[in-house]
Design a protein around this ligand. Structure first.
Ligand code: ADP
Ligand code: ASP
Ligand code: MG
Length: 408
């Protein structure tokens, strides 16, 4: 008998039929004697609908009130799933984040989990109940409702698994595992049987939304056994996130390709090349709580240099305005930017022991006439910034160039 945390995403909860099917899967696990805690997302499209509704009232929604609104999607699905479970003879009980007491900090719309009170859940499990918890939401020390950022139900699932020391955390979604890249963009993408925790962390941070990055961080920190599976299939082993690098000769050099459209580039040209300039440019941006990702500073020529960096697309206008405000103070010649860019990254722990990955990547893009605007590398990834219109093409040709469509 094991304790299993199952998380079901929006598509998996998308209709009464789908919810009943989730209930039947939970029942199968109960029938095998397992204890089950279920974490659910809102029905697909619901969180977007609620955000749009809020914006009709207030263009820049008040963060505290926005959390009150967007957390309701999950309150609906915990009730529906608990009813579906009772309807087929299981005892179940629903919990909002506040009812469990998933304590978070107070950063509305991107709160971080600080502590989870598992006592009520334990009591229910002992009494033979299925515990159904609302994903994506928590409560801060003052009792305010908070949410964990888009895709945050994954993090609720893994955090509950960590708190309960569950034997496994199963993330059920609309694909049957983690693929070499988004199968919606490359139909030839292949499911990975395993992916290392490090690779998954990179893929999630570089845009593969199959798992929210914080859920992967939690899994790493608390060594949660994490598996991604399809809720549309009866069987299947999905993809296991592993902590050991298999010393497996067949392991591919590149495991996957991630991409992110949610990016914008800002260029600051003709700034005096002197100590403190990076701080003068990026300090005000950081003070406005804008995440800066890739940064490039050119070698100075005749005492002047150029500086480029990327920010989330949502923050583009705000970042531009901040820099225009300090342009005179910095002494920059011009401030410009582009919010029609994307980032494409190849990821793989095998890159550590192989050379030539970058040159294959750059040659492949060059052969398609795709211009690279920025490059950044780490031990296990290479990212390039491209014009957004080349995203699909770039991902497809790179997928082929690294033979990701074939078993290694
Ligand atoms: P859920 O609602 O279940 O949380 P998401 O839409 O958040 O589902 O995540 C699943 C989606 O992630 C898939 O439908 C797929 O389009 C996308 N995706 C992006 N990259 C990958 C990848 N490497 N492997 C699998 N799916 C991916
Ligand atoms: N419903 C939330 C969202 O759409 C959380 C989630 O689905 O994980 O972002
Ligand atoms: Mg998701």
């Amino acid at each position: 008998m094991a304790l299993i945390v199952q998380k079901y995403g929006g598509t998996s909860m998308g209709s009464p039929e789908r919810i009943k099917s989730v209930a039947r899967r939970v029942a199968r696990y109960r029938a095998q004697g397992h204890e089950v805690v279920v974490v659910v997302s809102a029905m697909s499209g619901e969180t977007n609908r609620l955000i749009a509704l809020a914006k009709e009232i207030q263009a820049q929604p008040d963060p505290r009130e926005l959390d009150v609104i967007i957390s309701t999607g999950e309150q609906v699905t915990i009730g529906l799933l608990s009813m579906a479970l009772k309807d087929i003879g299981l005892d179940a009980r629903s919990y909002t984040g506040t009812q469990v007491k998933i304590l978070t900090d107070s950063s509305h719309t991107k709160a971080r989990i600080q502590h989870i009170d598992e006592s009520a859940m334990r009591t229910d499990l002992k009494a033979g109940r299925v515990v159904v918890v609302a994903g994506f939401q928590g409560v801060d020390a003052e009792g305010n409702i908070t949410t964990l950022g888009r895709g945050g139900s994954d993090t609720t699932g893994v955090a509950l698994a960590a708190a309960l020391k569950a034997d496994e955390c199963q993330i059920y979604t609309d694909v049957d595992g983690v693929y070499t890249t988004d199968p919606r963009v490359v139909p030839e993408a292949r499911r990975l049987k395993t992916v290392t925790f490090e690779e998954m962390l990179e893929m999630a941070s570089l845009g593969s939304k199959v798992l929210q990055i914080r859920s992967v961080e939690f899994a790493g920190k608390y060594k949660v056994k994490l598996r991604v599976l399809s809720s549309f299939q009866e069987e299947g082993e999905g993809t296991l996130i592993t902590f050991e690098e298999e010393d497996n000769m067949e392991k591919a050099i590149i495991s996957g390709i991630a991409f992110n459209r949610d990016e914008a580039r800002i260029n600051v040209t003709g700034v005096p090349d002197k100590p403190g300039i990076a701080y003068q440019i990026l300090g005000p941006v950081a003070d406005a709580n804008i995440d800066v990702d890739m940064i490039i500073q050119n070698v100075g020529i005749e005492g002047h240099t150029d500086f480029s960096f990327t920010v989330p697309r949502n923050d583009y206008q705000k970042a531009l305005a901040i820099l225009e405000g300090v342009q005179g103070h910095i002494g920059a010649k011009s401030i410009s930017g582009d919010d029609k860019i994307c980032k494409v990254s190849v990821v793989g722990v095998g890159m550590r022991s192989h050379v030539g990955i970058a040159s294959t990547m750059f040659r492949t893009l060059a052969e398609e006439g795709i211009n690279i605007q920025m490059i950044s590398t780490s031990e296990i990834k290479i990212s390039v910034v491209l014009d957004e219109k080349y995203l699909e093409l770039a991902v497809r040709v790179l997928h082929k160039a690294f033979s990701l469509d074939q078993e290694p």
